[in-house]
Design a protein. Structure first.
Lengths: 124, 134
């Protein structure tokens, strides 16, 4: 069975290690899966309703969530830069677009969830 | 819009994010509104206005994020029990929603977590990673 071009791109993006996510540009992806760049862009958009770049940005936010859950000390600035965001505000905006919350606030709530639960809603 | 209304979205977010799986699984926007003693329609409108998404979309995203966090910690969990754990009535429906969020099925995502993410696919090519359509 033939694997569709966009599926190979998704596979490549999702299996990419965190540290290499910043290298993921359409041109690299197309090259790695031996596909024509504009054909890949077209197929991807048609199948997923978003561009490859948007999908990569979204996946970066998912990885950020993983990291925020595990690493309580890493600053948002360093995290943003590791994921290849040029500016921390760009990262924060993308995070808020996806999760409706500031990444620092997200980490705070997740980290202190037991305490917060007990404090306000413990008896419900 | 009053200041009180502006806090609705924050209250909902705080409530949802501090839930454990079991409780999260049973949540709906209606239940959250009841528990927090807020009007459901006000929650809907203020959330949408401030966060550019509906509270239902937010809840769904958080459930899906939780799904991958569970997969990350315990990659041996079956998709069926994961789907059940998060309160989905059927694994098929869970698969569908998961795919909308991550572009692939939870089964494949699990493989990527398990096998991938250790070497750069940009350097090693695509041959040694899980294949589709078997």
């Amino acid at each position: 069975m033939k694997i569709k071009v966009y599926e190979r791109a998704i596979e490549l993006i999702l299996s990419c290690p965190d540290k290499d996510l910043k290298k993921l540009r359409v041109v690299n992806i197309a090259q790695a899966i031996a596909a024509n760049r504009s054909y890949l862009s077209r197929c991807f958009k048609k199948a997923l309703g978003m561009s490859v770049t948007e999908f990569v940005r979204r996946e970066k936010i998912h990885r950020a969530v993983f990291i925020l859950d595990k690493d309580h000390d890493k600053t948002i600035e360093i995290l943003a830069s590791e994921l290849g965001f040029h500016h921390v505000d760009d990262f924060i905006a993308e995070f808020e677009k996806r999760l409706a919350i500031h990444p620092e606030r997200y980490r705070y709530l997740r980290k202190n969830r037991n305490f917060i639960q007990a404090e306000r809603y413990g008896n419900r | 819009m009053t200041k009180k209304h502006n806090e609705y979205a924050e209250k909902v977010i705080k409530f949802v994010l501090t839930r454990e799986e079991k409780e999260l699984a049973e949540l709906t926007v209606e239940k959250i509104s009841t528990i927090l003693d807020l009007s459901q329609s006000h929650v809907y409108h203020t959330f949408k206005q401030q966060k550019q998404m509906t509270p239902g979309e937010f809840l769904s995203t958080i459930k899906m994020i939780r799904a991958v966090l569970i997969l990350d910690k315990n990659s041996d969990i079956s998709i069926k029990s994961l789907s059940k754990k998060l309160g989905f009535s059927s694994p098929d429906y869970f698969n569908k929603i998961f795919k909308e969020h991550f572009g692939t099925t939870p089964g494949r995502y699990k493989k990527y977590i398990k096998l991938g993410r250790c070497e750069s696919p940009l350097q090693v090519g695509c041959d040694d990673r899980p294949t589709h359509g078997e």
